[in-house]
Design a binder for this molecule. Structure first.
Ligand code: URA
Length: 296
């Protein structure tokens, strides 16, 4: 569990971050100190490019005070998050490694979602060697029923988006920020995301994708530790490394992360499908993929 920083230190860190931001510096890298024999690895998030080119969606802009509080919260968690060797790290077969993570999760009671009507844990599905990974928010009723992410209406649309890229659902890996259905399909709370996402980080470190597509704001904000609007987050790649875990592959140094609209949002506002397709085309270019020719 992340410890709370001394408020004065928080304040000083927030002031320092603001000072650097005002000087146009937005990227921070922490020199990896050694914990035992394991180097602590921080998420490498580049937020410098383009961010000022976008306008902000109404109602989503943060006040400077909130922004500092958010930055401080990120610093707070990131700075004290220990890295421990995970049992799957000694296993080279990703199928086995994912099984170990699933077993570790057990019949999870780590957050309140376990007692709010979930039928089962929805772990993740797909190619354990996938180059492309999709991360959604959390299971809905259909997913809770079947134990598989994105099998309802939003899942059908996601399948179509994947097909439009010229690949199949089986080629990619699909998971969510939280693995239990939030009651009434509410958004998962921040503490629920924080409790559950370490397991997702471990899945990412096993699958070692080249690109992650964050579907919607919850996935994007949780993975990137940023509290920006979708408009600000989309349209570019971020360098991403899972926090709190090291991959057992020295050749995998993290991946690219792109943000696009959640399929459930696209079902509500199909006019944004073109924008989502632009995001996916950017991903396809990165992966050297070509869209299939439309059949007549
Ligand atoms: N929405 C999500 O975010 N995830 C699912 O698995 C299904 C719907």
């Amino acid at each position: 569990m992340p410890r709370t920083l001394d408020p004065e230190l928080c304040h000083a860190l927030a002031a320092r971050i603001r000072y650097y931001n005002e000087m146009g510096i937005h990227d921070f890298y922490r020199r990896p100190p050694l914990v035992g024999s394991v180097a602590v690895q921080q998420p490498s998030i580049d937020v410098s490019e383009h961010s000022s080119e976008h306008t902000t969606e109404p109602g989503e802009e943060m006040s400077p005070r909130k922004a500092i509080a958010a930055a401080t919260a990120v610093v707070d968690e990131a700075i004290l998050e220990p890295i421990s060797l995970k049992p799957e790290q000694s296993v080279s077969d990703p199928v086995q490694a994912l099984k170990i993570i699933r077993e570790d999760l057990g019949d999870c009671t780590r957050c309140v979602l376990h007692k709010q009507g979930r039928k089962q844990i929805v772990f993740g599905v797909g190619n354990p060697n996938a180059e492309l990974m999709f991360v959604g928010e959390g299971p809905g009723a259909d997913e809770d029923e079947k134990g598989e992410p994105f099998v309802g209406r939003a899942g059908q649309l996601l399948n179509n988006m994947i097909k439009a890229m010229g690949i199949q659902r089986e080629d990619v890996y699909i998971a969510n920020i939280v693995k239990c259905r939030p009651p009434g399909n509410r958004q998962p709370e921040r503490d629920e995301c924080a409790t559950c996402s370490p397991f997702l980080m471990r899945q990412i470190a096993v699958v070692k994708p080249k690109v992650i597509v964050a579907l919607g704001a919850t996935a994007a904000k949780t993975l990137l530790g940023m509290n920006s609007s979708m408009m600000q987050l989309r349209g570019r790649f971020y360098d991403f490394k899972p926090t709190g875990v090291l991959s057992n592959d020295p050749n995998w140094d993290g991946c690219k992360l792109a943000v696009t609209y959640h399929p459930a949002f696209l079902l509500r506002d199909p006019r944004q499908k073109g924008e989502a397709w632009k995001d996916l085309q950017m991903v396809m270019k990165e992966l050297g993929m070509k869209a299939p020719k439309p059949t007549t």
